[in-house]
Design a protein around this ligand. Structure first.
Ligand SMILES: N[C@@H](CCC(=O)N[C@@H](CS)C(=O)NCC(=O)O)C(=O)O
Length: 214
């Protein structure tokens, strides 16, 4: 693919955008970060709300076009950097399942986790995902086929799922079973370590900046 592939990524440490930065690293993408200090509530300031009116990260821009929502961001970046070999391209039989698992994440898994966190048990027929148990079983059955979510090869979808599973099991919203633990470890790469080290420093800097303001 030719043309300008420079990505601007709005990021706040230790959040969902951490996974996006891991993906940018794994794709060896040309990118820059615009870092928001959430401890200072910068994501709710007018400047960022003009970028993403929801005040949420991740958000990316490419040639001035805004992309929000992790599933869309991951699909977009995977297509923009196909040479990384982490994207089943159109025509590949795994393209459909690939999109399924990227979108399942945002359309079923996140709502199920969000309801769990908020102690909401919705009517199955009125929720976008059925039941929490059905969602967790569907994902874990898929991971059990392994070694990656689409089978033998690690894809962009694994960056999304493994980073998310890392946070979500840490917060106790999903049990860290041996299957999930092994999956997280299998997907772990140098990029995870690099971004985590950066995030730890950013986080400490943000804390210090807020304290200094009093
Ligand atoms: N639907 C969004 C969710 C993004 C999201 O919830 N981001 C959190 C960080 S983990 C956020 O920006 N929270 C800041 C806030 O609400 O003030 C996506 O999938 O990208």
């Amino acid at each position: 693919m030719s043309g300008n592939r420079h990505i601007v990524c709005y990021h706040s440490p230790m959040t969902r955008s951490t996974g996006t930065v891991v993906l940018l690293e794994e794709l060896k993408a040309d990118y820059e970060l615009k870092v928001l200090n959430m401890k200072a509530n910068e994501q709710r300031g007018a400047a960022y709300l003009a970028v993403n009116p929801l005040g949420k990260v991740p958000a990316i821009t490419h040639n001035g076009a805004l992309i929000t929502e992790q599933g869309a961001i991951y699909a977009y970046l995977g297509d923009l950097y196909p040479e990384a070999g982490m994207t089943p391209v159109i025509g590949d039989p795994l393209r459909g399942p690939y999109l399924r698992w990227l979108f399942f994440y945002g359309s079923a898994f996140e709502p199920a986790i969000g309801d769990r966190m908020n102690k909401i048990v919705p009517l199955e027929r009125a929720s976008p995902y059925g039941s929490y148990d059905a969602v967790i079983k569907t994902v874990t059955d898929q991971l059990a086929k392994g070694p990656y979510i689409l089978g033998d090869k690690k894809t962009v979808a694994d960056v999304l799922w493994s980073v998310a599973m890392g946070w979500i099991t840490m917060f106790g919203l999903v049990e860290k079973t041996p299957l999930i633990d092994a999956y997280i470890k299998r997907c772990h790469s140098e990029a995870n370590d690099k971004v985590m080290a950066m995030d730890q420093k950013l986080s400490a800097d943000h804390e210090a900046a807020v304290k200094a303001k009093g």
